[in-house]
Design a protein around this ligand. Structure first.
Ligand code: URA
Length: 202
């Protein structure tokens, strides 16, 4: 298993537009042996400022849902398809996604996660290598191959989608729940209820 340092990109100038727009390279965070890997699109303004993925409004939505399903943010790994903030928050281009693909693939390879959750259309299409209707496909478990190794992937809507459209909240929550199930995470409220019951009767 690689160390966290191995998973960091410290110098890269492959994408001229992103070199201009970024203040820093935003690497993935979380343990180098996490079972669960979230993959977003790319850093936004807050992430670029702080040097950490999902620390803005989308990050709060993600954190809340992680807590609900019993996943601790400190126990999961969170990364992005591109590590530098695109100008004006535009989507990364195909070239930019390809330029950064090797970094993402080595992160996946070294982490060896039980499940990868793609947050939104860009990461879903990037890793599945096909077009994806994320709202319709959210919660679907897919198998992808990275360097020949099969990996389980759960499609999810982007957390920001729940901020624009409240009806996406349930879709988002159900997909994260499904991913926690696939990863074998068992921190649900029902367990807590059972424990509480046991304590009282003991
Ligand atoms: N949206 C993303 O896709 N990634 C981040 O890191 C933050 C917001």
């Amino acid at each position: 298993m690689g160390s966290m340092e191995d998973l960091r990109v410290t110098e890269c100038t492959r994408c001229p537009a992103l070199v201009d727009s970024r203040s820093r390279i935003v690497n993935g965070t979380g343990p180098a042996d996490a079972d669960v890997l979230f993959v977003g699109e790319g850093p936004g303004a807050r992430e670029d400022e702080r040097g950490e993925p999902f620390v803005g409004r989308s990050g709060s939505v993600l954190d809340d849902q992680l807590r609900i399903v019993g996943l601790d943010r400190d126990a999961v790994r969170i990364t992005n398809c591109v590590r530098c903030r695109p100008p004006d928050n535009r989507d990364p281009t195909t070239d930019e996604l390809e330029n950064c693909r090797g970094y993402l693939e080595s992160e996946i390879d070294r982490l060896d996660p039980a499940v990868i959750i793609t947050l939104g259309k860009v990461p879903s299409e990037h890793l599945l290598e096909r077009s994806v209707a994320v709202t319709k496909e959210a919660g679907a478990i897919e198998e992808i191959r990275i360097d020949g190794t099969p990996r389980r992937l759960v499609v999810c809507v982007h957390p920001a989608a729940t901020l624009y459209d409240r009806s996406q909240e349930e879709t988002f929550a159900a997909a994260i729940e499904r991913a926690a199930d696939v990863a074998g995470v068992d921190g649900t409220e029902s367990d807590q209820t059972r424990l509480d019951g046991f304590d009282r009767s003991g």
